[in-house]
Design a protein around this ligand. Structure first.
Ligand code: TH1
Length: 835
């Protein structure tokens, strides 16, 4: 194949060379010519930007050749549609993927700078809430690493997830201006803009062939502008694309209003259009029927499908073969309007008949469900959806009517089933149920862990399972070891590599080779020393940022995830108070010293979650200064938990808290990141915990609590939290301690809503699992005192987590759902001579 770059550039070209001197020269050149600074007046951010451009130059070669190869060879492409991508900082990850971490570190050091300080400068693109958005980021990393042609489509929010501050113990939200200093990793492609219609009405007409057709006459049109970010594979030539859409007002539309002299109207219309991609909705696992959210979803979906059709055309792929060319994965129901949109494009814009269009559509889409929580299931009022997308509502009605005919025939005379399965909920005000549309319009439906996939089939999607059993599969989530081991934990990475070579980063199963080293006292000591060094780093961070002294010899007991009642951060809090009460009753009590660390954001409108944050901080105020407690308990709420910070947190943990009510956490992925870094888990049989426990061995996992079945049974028999309050003196003592105002300067009202919810409803069965949790924590306490055995268990956790690499998840998606082969990318060698 011919190269697209000049045939014979110099071997150590300033934009591609990787020897130390070239890297230094390129860095200084970028500082001068891009940042327009010289060292004397440069800020750390200038240095970060100069380095970012230096690294970007070195990946462009792979990116452009990957794009060219896809264009020429028209391979099958996986298109991953997600409203969230929680990428984390790019610089460090790209250095790892390019294999340039060490040379760049040295070059930067030779310039008198510190690579870690420059890495710290990067403001992460927080374009997601939590696990779902981060999963999307891990998956595109693995797709590129496995050399699968793929494109990821999403929204370029101007404001990502808010920054969290803590004031007087309460969470305060601060807008995330992540684009403030510019974004060196993206390339805007204004020439590839597309138009998206909203509102208005539909008209019917008879076309030139005498065929009945529908035309959508919109109320407004919004322009979508793509911003592309390269997504490198680990040590491969493949660099795929993350294409995020920004909404703008179309110029021509402004002019129409301008010409009528309505200057303010035109400006208003412009800002209204741009509002669509202004801000990420900060709700994790909750659904609100906000019109702007539906506008966001439709906007990015329409842009993406039009883009794919355009690409297919450029590659000479006929639209009849769209489903052969693209496998489109719907990351939860957020992009599900794509099913109606592809139908609209095929029918109205490309003249297909219904049966052909439906056949293509249902061979194109696959749907991942990420939650069973009813409050997260998306449904749009028919009135709103019809107002915004009148043509799509017509199409959804038609899809539904044909679908219900099938149900009627398959399940003869079962009207309840028809009502239950209908895409339209007609039980009160009418709603479009997006999960139902996703099931009807997709050829595959998957849950994200074995338990979750089973519960899906038994509960929320039971009727669909009976209708289409062949569509249902499981793909257990995974996480990328490049970011969550290599980049986050360089000490552990070098230790592992020194023992088993570096193949494990691409083939995580190789970590098993560490198992035989568990009997090697020298290795155990090295492993222990790595953990201690990382714990010391976190202690330094906590001292500098929170003014609290924590002891690296103590158990680092960490719960880091979004704050949610089902995740039960308050169960953890109740245990802390239990220990506190015991210490007050018996000041000489012998316990293993513990540092309880929490991190996570609460949705701004989720009052109970915010009250939990306040409770944790209030407990910290008491325990951290009570001389009776001394060094035995410290509690720290780590502010503004995000991907960048998570990279410091996972490696430092001894104990990972995965304590959701069984049946509520679909998978969890933090559980995997902790365990890979040698933390032991205290957890329920929920989500992927079940599979993690099987993988690492029951003896290396602290299990407590009811099973999903027991939770359901207890609910059915009539759960009464008061029984637990009256039946357990220690639990009563804990709840009474909060109620007395002890943690709230005597205010007995402050935490009352939380106590009332526990005592009068407790839908997540915190009180029912309390005793089992406390006893399990006592086993943890005992186990930690045996340092050597704890280290053994810790090593076995790290060694047995190979299954939870996102590479394995992507292989599962490929074999069960996408069936897209890998494509090797050739990057032509540079010639020595410059002739
Ligand atoms: C999460 C699930 O809660 C978590 O268990 C899972 O590991 C993760 O997805 C990845 O599969 C979800 N996040 C969201 C966010 C929204 C709506 C639903 C879910 S489920 C906005």
């Amino acid at each position: 194949m011919t190269g697209i770059l000049p045939n014979k550039p110099r071997i150590e070209d300033d934009r591609t060379g990787i020897d130390i001197d070239t890297l230094k020269r390129a860095f200084l050149d970028n500082l001068f010519y891009i940042q327009a600074k010289f060292p004397k007046v440069s800020t750390k951010n200038d240095y970060y930007m100069a380095l970012a451009y230096t690294v970007r130059d070195r990946l462009l070669n792979r990116w452009l050749h990957t794009n060219q190869t896809y264009l020429e060879r028209a391979p099958r492409i996986v298109a991953y549609l997600s409203a969230e991508f929680l990428m984390g900082p790019h610089l460090g990850n790209n250095l790892i993927d390019l294999g340039l971490y060490e040379p760049v570190k040295q070059a930067i050091a030779e310039l008198g700078l510190d690579l870690n300080e420059l890495l710290e400068q990067e403001e992460e693109p927080g374009l997601g809430n939590g696990g779902l958005g981060r999963l999307a980021a891990c998956y595109i990393d693995s797709l590129a690493t496995l050399e699968i042609p793929s494109v990821a489509y999403g929204i370029r929010y101007e404001y990502g997830i808010f920054d969290q501050e803590i004031k007087d113990g309460w969470q305060v939200e601060v807008t995330d201006r992540w684009l403030r200093y510019g974004n060196p990793w993206e390339v805007v492609r204004p020439e590839s803009e597309l138009m998206v219609k909203f509102g208005g009405h539909t008209e019917t007409f008879i076309d030139e062939y005498g065929v009945y057709r529908v035309q959508w006459v919109p109320y407004k049109v919004v322009k979508g502008v793509p911003y592309d970010t390269p997504i490198l594979g680990f040590k491969t030539n493949t660099a795929n694309t993350l294409r995020l859409w920004k909404a703008e007002a179309p110029e021509s539309f402004d002019f129409a209003v301008f010409n009528q002299g309505d200057y303010f109207g035109a400006v208003h219309q412009k800002s209204e259009s741009e509002n669509i991609t202004k801000v990420l909705y900060p709700n994790d696992e909750t659904y609100q029927g906000k019109q702007l959210r539906l506008e966001q979803q439709y906007f990015f979906v329409s842009c993406s499908l039009q883009d794919m059709i355009r690409l297919a055309k450029m590659q000479g792929v006929a639209l009849e073969r769209f489903h052969e060319h693209f496998a489109i994965q719907l990351n939860d129901t957020h992009p599900t309007i794509a099913i109606a949109e592809l139908m609209r494009l095929l029918l109205d814009e490309h003249g297909f008949d219904w049966d052909r269009a439906w056949d293509i559509t249902t061979k194109t889409f696959a749907y991942t469900n990420h939650t069973l929580l009813p409050e997260a299931l998306e449904r749009w009022s028919v009135a709103m959806l019809g107002g915004l997308l009148p043509r799509h509502l017509e199409l959804i009605y038609e899809i539904n009517s044909r679908f219900l005919d099938e149900v009627r025939i398959k399940f003869f005379e079962d009207p309840d089933r028809i009502a239950r399965m209908s895409i339209i909920d007609e039980s009160g005000e009418r709603y479009v149920r997006m999960a139902h549309l996703a099931c009807v319009g997709s050829y595959a439906i998957n849950g994200v862990a074995e338990l979750h996939s089973r519960l899906l089939k038994q509960t929320v999607l039971h009727d669909f399972y009976e209708m289409y059993p062949e569509k249902f599969v499981n793909v257990t989530n995974g996480v990328t070891p490049r970011r969550f081991i290599a980049l986050s934990n360089p000490r552990l990475t070098s230790l592992i590599t020194s023992k088993i070579g570096d193949g494990w980063l691409k083939n995580l199963g190789e970590l098993r080779k560490l198992e035989s080293l568990v009997d090697d006292a020298g290795f155990r000591n090295d492993f222990y020393q790595v953990k201690q060094a990382v714990k010391q780093d976190l202690a330094d961070y906590v001292r500098a940022n929170h003014g609290v002294e924590i002891n690296p010899e103590s158990i680092y007991d960490i719960q880091a995830k979004r704050i949610h009642e089902y995740k039960r951060q308050h169960l953890n809090a109740l245990y802390i108070i239990t220990l506190y009460n015991r210490l007050k009753a018996n000041p000489s009590l012998d316990i293993a010293p513990r540092t309880f660390l929490f991190g996570g954001k609460a949705a701004p409108g989720y009052y109970m979650a915010k009250l939990i944050v306040k409770l944790i901080n209030s407990i910290a105020d008491v325990t951290n200064s009570d001389p009776d407690v001394g060094d035995r308990i410290k509690v720290v709420f780590l502010t503004d938990y995000n991907v960048k910070f998570a990279q410091r947190v996972y490696p430092a943990a001894n104990l990972s808290e995965q304590i959701s009510t069984a049946g509520k956490e679909a998978s969890g992925t933090g559980n995997m990141k902790f365990s890979m870094n040698g933390a032991l888990t205290i957890g329920t049989l929920d989500g992927a915990n079940v599979e993690i426990r099987e993988a690492v061995g029951a003896e290396n996992f602290f299990l407590f609590g009811m099973t999903a079945e027991e939770v359901l049974a207890k609910k059915a028999e009539g759960y009464n939290p008061w029984d637990y309050y009256h039946g357990n003196d220690e639990l009563k003592g804990v709840l009474d301690r909060i109620a007395s105002g002890f943690f709230s300067h005597g205010d007995t009202e402050l935490f009352k809503p939380l106590l009332d919810s526990l005592l009068y409803q407790d839908i997540f069965m915190v009180l029912a699992d309390y005793q089992s949790y406390v006893e399990c924590q006592e086993r943890v306490d005992g186990a930690f005192r045996d340092r050597d055995n704890w280290t053994r268990m810790s090593i076995l956790n790290a060694a047995r987590m190979g299954h939870f690499s996102s590479d394995r998840s992507i292989r599962d998606y490929l074999s069960q759902i996408w069936k897209a082969p890998a494509v090797k990318i050739d990057v032509p060698e540079y010639s020595q001579s410059n002739g």
